[in-house]
Design a protein around this ligand. Sequence first.
Ligand code: ZN
Length: 348
Amino acid sequence: MRSQPLFREAGLLPEDLAQFDHGRNRGYEFWLNEQPTPYYRAHLLLHEFTHCYTTVVRHGLLQTGWYMEGIAELFATHNLDNDGHFQFACLPQQRTQFPGLGRIRLIEEARQDGNLLSLTEVQQQPYERFLKPEAYAWSWALCQFLMGHPRYRAPFLEASQSVTTAATDAKLRQLLSQPTLAREWEWFTRDLCHGYDQMLATITPPGQLSNTVSASPTKVKSTQDAKTPAGSVIIRAKGGWQLTPLDLTAQHPLTLEAFGRFQLQTEPQPWVCTAAGVSIKYHIGLPLGRLVGRIWPDDPQVPTPPDLDLGSRATVVPPVSGRLYLRLNDAWNELADNRGEVRVCPTE
Ligand SMILES: [Zn+2]
């Protein structure tokens, strides 16, 4: 609708429908105001259509803002390929592909302002908050996090599919109360960007043995031969934050040294790198390829401290006790073409 009065005159916009800025559904019907871009018009249509679908059956989440709006945003975030096929629930690869959307931009702004929402805060957003786009951005992000996550996708879908048995509420609460999920969410919000590679970025929480998304398990195995000193860790270039066996104690210094060469891109020519990084290209203010660290605090209540800049040799004084994770600094949407690894050794 470009002009609501014209639709009202024609009897197509009911008098008793509550005011709305963008779109509104009631039962199987929905109404949309005209939007500034064709992408966002289609996005909003899919959003309201999803509401029609998710409000048909009575279930325990009808008043749960983050879920109802998050699911609608999840399916509305779509892509139309050259063959005319729609893909729904996609993570935007490039900002220009989704004109008028801006969900990831809002989270990036919140990150710059130090206003990232915790898992609890996203879930507790009251319905009044949904007059502003930020609430939609957070709700979408939580649904996308669960939907795109190799371990949480199945239980999330199972909970969503239980609407007819009224078990959705309980199943979701059970999923969201898993002990490591709040921390994994925190890290997701810290790193989320357009094209964020959720599969390669998946984190193995401390206490879980194998990294299920290991890009080249055989290769990793072959380098851990008899010559590899005890306590050293292999960190793959093609990966996100990688669990190490190193438990850090607050204020106890630890020196790390990194050996080896790896490749951050293959085109236009292979780009060979060491853990010191390449100082002609940067991500998060640090050279690409540079070894960086992040601490998973032992205390679930303690926020994750700022990332550690390590390079090929560094001594860190951990601000909190916790488990050390390492990665080779690269844009989160450019992990797939990385090759190789470094060996990181704790030294005296
Ligand atoms: Zn909505």
